[in-house]
Design a protein around this ligand. Sequence first.
Ligand code: ADP
Ligand code: ASP
Ligand code: MG
Length: 439
Amino acid sequence: MKTIVAKFGGSSLASAAQFRKVGAILAADPARRFVVASAPGKRDSGDTKVTDLLYRCYDAAAAGEDFAPVLDRIRARFSDIARELGVAFDLEGELAAVEGQLRAGPRRDYMASRGEYLNSKLLAAWLGWPFLDAADCVRFTPEGAFDAETTQDLLSRALAGLDRAVIPGFYGADATGAIHTFSRGGSDVSGSLAARAAGADLYENWTDVSGVLFTDPRIVRNARPIQYITYRELRELSYMGASVLHEDAVFPVRRAGIPINIRNTNRPQDPGTLIVAALPEGTETVPVTGVAGRKGFAAVLVEKSLMNSEIGFAARLLNIFAQNGVPFEHCPTGIDTMSVVVSEAAFAPHREEILAALREQLKPDRVQLEEDLALIAVVGHGMVANKGIAARILGAVTAAGVNIRMIDQGSSELNIILGIDAADYETAVRGIYTEFYGE
Ligand code: ADP
Ligand code: ASP
Ligand code: MG
């Protein structure tokens, strides 16, 4: 029989009404044998995610403040769902354990993980399915680094013994049982790990949009859904800020060749986006697959005549950043210029040392720092090779009145990166969308 791993995100499990939609989706296809669940998310735009409440509760406890009011809000989220669904669930017993931990010496990752833990227990009880605790089969090192090999081993053995299961996303544990989490949005990674460990035919990722959209729907309201996208394209988009799927969720299933299907829990009739290694034969190729971006970058431009004949110049330049522990994002070069684009958060604490070292060690003609930049990645197969498309992108951004400060054509022929002022970010994205898909 086919096996599908279905991950449901926070908004898909935010209330009893959402649980019922999830129940109907599972009942519609018995191949959906393994469910990975998130903590309850927002019920509407003014709501707070349970994970955020848990972090707040931890902060209060760690500061020696009264955490009871926040814990009560968390209690209410779960008890509302349990009551409306009529599930017998020992919420008080579970929360007593959480409270005991908070009093004994709060641990941040443990607290954060309880949203997924409790929601999965609740879902399992309601469905009448077994609960498989991620603490027993998703392994981290004591330092909090994810251990892929041990996880694959533990998780595949656990799933092989089960017909069905609900598994909490977002966390795992080290060999001593101490809980560690992935970064925010990490239930997507857990779902991908479960799909690989189950040898699934498909990894379904159920969320609140009908697939990966051409761009962030908060910038372009009716951005069109993408029907097919390759793992590589999606990795570029999610790394650059398309937050619909965690950037690390692609690796486990990509290695195993398992397609990912992004689906909408609120519109299960929509086909969503299929993420695959290569587009199926005959798929209509689109000029640009998608656009994503992020703010918070700085660019350091170094100019020196005859730079390119100075052997080892680029290596020495990048080494100055490396020695300060600052990774670089992009590095567009000209004949006598080289720009190093870095995240402002990583760069700011080392700004003065790096600028001084560049001047001293490289003796450049000029060093120029540009801050408050946004990067936009325009992603699509073969786009870079097609000069006409690159020209349309640049023309659209310029016509929108945005000054392009940097252009980097990825060597993968998969993306074009534009650097612009952060304040121009939304305008530039809308300009590109309109150029290819109209208003
Ligand atoms: P979940 O809780 O289901 O994991 P997320 O909030 O993590 O859901 O991800 C879905 C959200 O990602 C969407 O509601 C949307 O606001 C945002 N998003 C950002 N960029 C994109 C994009 N290119 N396509 C679709 N959604 C996007
Ligand atoms: N609940 C976690 C978060 O809010 C993980 C997730 O939803 O994927 O980040
Ligand atoms: Mg998410």
